[in-house]
Design a protein around this ligand. Structure first.
Ligand code: PEP
Ligand code: CO
Length: 451
């Protein structure tokens, strides 16, 4: 890779000369500068060799040799930095990956929307309630959700609190993974917490037993433990939205002669900040990480072609993951032209389906929700359309939680609009609960595995 070619005229601050959408306005510039200087000195949350490792795995997914599972909260809250919540989220992602591995017969790359998913794009800068207008809530790393002037004032200190929580979360995840939480030889760690649905429970248990049997068999014939296959890796990702925060954790690696964003393994550009001439695309252009870009109905083929050229001029494998989120009703009409645009640009990318963000709806009672059937239907359509276009769907991107919430309707337990009030806890978008998430993985595995 020619580092110079990718980063001509680029620096970690060069985005500041471009229009930057979705950035908070801080009243105290001196305090903000102090915080950014401190964030720039603190140690990184992740290290470059992990970032490079993930890029290699994503390159393999691009070739059809692996499959990406990316998932977690829409917005992580600081209050969710708690051992049980983190452990349950890790567990559901590991369990889904096991089911997908079994069904798709290929290794699954596990990437959490975790350890840094604290900043949210909003459709309006302000929110008005009963005649009072305040800044919108932009995520815990920027301001507080409560509707008072003090809570909604962006506070630079929260950037430090977010950095710390990201590090605490990843530290705990690493310890769990290294300590055997994810060891396939210990299926007791893989049990189903509050899974109630008997049919799902049985189907899942069969998968775990079958994998355990296979491991025992291979160990018996190889005469020793097979470490490589029995331990799993886990990566972090978040939307790289708050550019000063991302900039502060961008470090030059002498050995690699490249700049890395070391706040996370895989940052992505959201739909609302993906303008080719905008600050986010400028910032992302120069970092060496594998990056994601959300692709939605507002984007056309020319726009996507330009993005791929700016963000991956050398066509590096594993560099660019395009996460499309059209909605079950639109994917048929919109995806084929996007696949063609990327092919015409001469690029190979990793295609991933986010069946959440195009399927958000509001109930007559005014509650934001998503239907399980629409989510499943968009994923199934994505597999088929890619195949019909001579392309390949290489991963899925979900908003989910390891908890027993009621935010999306449908699924094996048949949640309806009337159930939503019972345990509706998300800060921003509705997430699949534990059972719905596992069921979805099983349906995808069955649908794809049975072919
Ligand atoms: C998100 O992933 O939470 C999000 C805001 O997505 P998008 O940028 O696709 O709307
Ligand atoms: Co969301």
């Amino acid at each position: 890779m020619n580092a110079a070619a990718q980063t001509t005229g680029w620096s970690p601050e060069s985005w500041q000369h471009r229009p930057a959408e979705q950035q908070p306005r801080y009243a105290d510039a001196a305090k903000l500068a102090r915080v950014i200087a401190e964030l720039s000195r603190l140690p990184p949350v992740v290290v470059s060799w992990e970032v490079d490792q993930l890029k290699e795995e994503l390159a393999a997914a691009q070739r059809g040799e692996r499959f990406l599972l990316q998932g977690g909260d829409c917005a992580e809250g600081f209050a969710d930095c708690e051992s049980t919540i983190i452990a349950r989220k890790l567990k559901i992602l590991l369990q889904m990956s096991l089911v997908l591995l079994h069904g798709l017969k290929k290794p699954v790359i596990r990437v959490g929307r975790m350890a840094g998913q604290y900043a949210k794009p909003r459709s309006a800068d302000t929110e008005t309630r009963e005649g009072i207008t305040l800044p919108s809530y932009r995520g815990d790393i920027i301001n507080h959700a409560a509707f008072t002037a003090a809570d909604r004032e962006p506070d630079p200190e929260l950037l430090l609190r977010g950095y710390e929580r990201a590090a605490l979360t990843l530290n705990f995840v690493r310890a769990l993974v290294d300590g055997g939480f994810a060891d396939l030889h210990h299926p007791e760690y893989w049990d189903l917490g509050f899974m109630q649905h008997a049919k799902l429970k049985d189907a899942y248990q069969k998968i775990v037993d079958s994998i355990s049997d296979s491991l025992d068999f291979f160990q018996a014939i190889s005469g020793g433990p097979i470490h490589e296959t029995s331990q799993v890796r886990f990566y972090s990702s978040h939307e790289g939205l708050h550019l000063l925060y991302e900039q502060a954790q961008t470090r030059y690696l002498q050995r690699r002669e490249r700049w890395y964003n070391l706040s996370t393994h895989m940052p992505w550009i959201g739909m609302r900040t993906a303008m080719p001439g905008g600050a986010h695309v400028e910032y992302f252009r120069g970092i060496a990480n594998p990056i994601g870009v959300k692709v939605g109905a507002a984007m056309d083929a020319a726009w996507l072609g330009e993005l791929t050229r700016i963000l991956n001029p050398e066509g590096e494998a594993g560099r660019l993951t395009l996460i499309h989120r059209f909605g079950a009703g639109n994917i048929e009409r919109l995806l084929p032209a996007m696949i063609k645009a990327v092919r015409d640009s001469g690029q190979e990318v990793l295609w991933v389906c986010d069946p959440m963000h195009g399927n958000t709806e509001t109930t007559p009672q005014g509650v934001k929700t998503r239907r399980f059937d629409n989510i499943l239907s968009e994923v199934e359509a994505a597999f088929r359309i890619h195949e019909e276009s001579g392309s390949r769907l290489g991963g899925v991107h979900f908003e989910l939680t390891g908890d027993d919430v009621t935010e999306c309707t449908g699924g094996a337990r048949g949640l309806s609009d009337g159930d939503l009030a019972r345990a509706y806890r998300t800060i921003v978008d509705p997430r699949l609960n534990y059972e719905q998430a596992l069921e979805l993985a099983m349906l995808i595995a069955r649908h794809r595995g049975g072919r």
